[in-house]
Design a protein around this ligand. Structure first.
Ligand code: ASP
Length: 318
């Protein structure tokens, strides 16, 4: 009987970072070590699955963009189409991990597990967190019944919809907010407290067809994020509209509230055909809509994920 395979796709990040001083967790360069080397360093004897690796990108995830996402989605689709592939692990920088996770969940909604993992310390650190995170991610990818796009960091399993980086330095840098994590990885075993992620934004499903067909040639709609704050005005929105923006996500205060000057500009933009969505800059909770709201809410998505959803919805319609 052939072993099931787990494919580990490398995209860079601190998990592949190097520093000249092992005690330096800040002055390192991300995305230096190849995925084959990271996998080779794992103590995986006795693992029931065969591990394969592929370098899809080698970037600091602060520089992530739709072109890389497109290639990544295509490689994940390619590997998931092989019947002997049990699951995928993706090594990724922490900075935009939640956006990549949501993008992949929205366009692929995979029946098998796609597990993003990361590190807060470079590979050359005295006590790097990357190897344990990778081992935990492999345990999740190998778990019977696991499905959907999830993130694993510091022994915690988060769903793509809820995961958010909430800390700049701590090893346990992610939270699922109100929803809570999906579960935990303890000594290679999973303790689940919620169900695996199910189908997300319906409209986004159409986008994968375009993604597969377009291979980078079709431009993505331009969607930007603006924020409400004390003294927020109309200037940024008006400048963006003049510059040809097609969609705007506003990170409102509290329950999506907006300074009246910003609101006026957003309503003008909407009247000019710009798609506008209202999220909240609060880390927890969601915008609760009221009857008659002129600007639709983000359905519980954070501003950065609402932007991805809006771009996919606009692309899916286009
Ligand atoms: N800037 C790095 C990245 O996102 C941070 C990290 O991986 O922790 O690639």
């Amino acid at each position: 009987m052939t072993n099931k395979k787990i494919v580990i796709l490398g995209t860079g990040g601190t998990i592949a970072g190097t520093a000249s001083n092992a005690a330096d967790h800040l002055g390192y360069t991300a995305a230096q070590v190849g995925i084959a080397q990271l996998v080779a360093g794992l103590p995986l004897t006795g693992n029931a699955c065969e591990l394969m690796s592929e370098q899809v990108a080698q970037i600091d995830s602060k520089d992530m963009d739709f072109a890389v996402w497109q290639v990544l989605a295509q490689r994940v689709s390619h590997w998931l189409a092989q019947p002997d592939v049990q699951g995928i692990v993706i090594t990724h920088g922490t900075d935009t991990l939640e956006e990549t996770a949501w993008f992949l969940q929205a366009v692929l909604n995979p029946e098998r597990p796609v597990v993003l993992t990361c590190a807060m310390r470079p590979a050359t650190a005295l006590a790097p967190d990357g190897p344990q995170n990778m081992l935990d991610a492999v345990a999740v990818a190998a778990h019977a019944g696991a499905r959907g796009v999830v993130a694993v960091c510091a022994g915690v399993i988060h769903g793509a919809r809820d995961v958010q980086k909430v800390h700049t330095y701590r090893l346990d840098a992610f939270s699922s907010g109100d929803a809570g994590p999906l579960g935990y990885v303890e000594e290679g075993r999973l303790r689940l407290v919620r169900n695996w992620p199910q189908a997300p934004v319906d409209k986004a499903q159409a986008a994968i067809k375009n993604i597969a067909a377009a291979a980078g040639s079709l431009p993505w709609p331009r969607v930007e994020i603006v924020m409400n704050y004390a003294g927020a005005g109309a200037a940024v929105v008006r400048a963006l509209v003049a510059d040809g923006v097609q969609g705007l996500v506003v990170a409102g205060t509290g329950n999506g509230t907006l300074h009246h000057a910003l609101e006026v500009a957003l309503l003008e933009a909407q009247a000019d055909g710009v798609r506008v969505v209202r999220a909240t800059r609060c880390l927890e909770g969601r915008v609760l809509p009221k009857p008659g709201d002129a600007i639709p809410d983000s359905q519980g998505l954070s501003p950065v994920k609402a932007r991805v959803a809006l771009m996919l919805a606009m692309r899916g319609q286009g």
